[in-house]
Structures are given as C-alpha cells and as structure tokens.
Design a protein. Structure first.
Length: 124
C-alpha cells in the first residue's frame, strides 16, 4: 500500500513538469525569395524554393538560401516556451516542476516560418 501511494505521489509531482512531455522536435518552414534557391538548414540541404523540416526546439538554427553565387542567410533562435513558463511558476510553489527546465519543451523557436531574402543578380 505504501508503495502505491509513493508511486502515485511521484507520478503526480513529475506530471507537473510540463516541458518534459513536449516533443523535442518542431516543424520549421523556410521560404526563399528566389524560388530557384537551394535551402540549407544547419548545413544540410532540405529543399528548393520552399521547404519544411523538423528541427530541435531547444537549439538555434542557421538557414541559408543559395542560387549560384548569390546567398541569403537567416538565423532562428530560441526563447522560453509557454510550458517553460508554467514550469517556472509551478516550481516556485512546488519545486518539482523545475525539473522541466532540463527538458527540450522548455524552449520554443522564435519563429516557425522563416523567409530568406536572396540578393538579386548583378545583371552582368
């Protein structure tokens, strides 16, 4: 009986760490101003013109669009997510939700859609 109560109490407290239950990957869509541009995310080609990919939500990412020698770049950073804020608030009262800070769901991308401007050709 004591084991069941202890197990139930442990599960109830850990369930308050919302960020631990959020997936570590999130969708990122990229549009290049030139539809012929090859699109790269963190050095890996993910498409041409418009692309969607899944990236880690707790890391910043570099995006590049390239047509010949013309290159446009963008970065997407991270910030504390809504579930991260809930973990902080819950942690103030119960301490256990602070465990969620270690989870990838504590963060979210600053933007889930990025437009990369590729400079126009020189016309020569």
């Amino acid at each position: 009986m004591k084991f069941r109560v202890l197990a139930l109490l442990t599960v109830a407290l850990l369930a308050q760490s919302c960020s631990l239950f959020v997936p570590s990957m999130t969708a990122l869509s990229i549009t290049a101003s030139d539809p012929r541009a090859d699109i790269y995310v963190d050095g890996a080609q993910v498409g041409r013109g418009t692309a969607s990919t899944r990236v880690k939500r707790n890391e910043s990412h570099s995006i590049m669009a390239k047509v010949g020698d013309r290159v446009g770049v963008a970065n997407v950073g991270t910030s504390v997510s809504a579930t991260g804020i809930l973990d902080i608030v819950g942690g103030v009262f119960f301490l256990i939700p602070f465990i969620g800070i270690a989870g990838p769901g504590f963060y979210s991308l600053d933007s889930n859609h990025i437009t990369v401007v590729v400079p126009s050709g020189s016309g020569t």
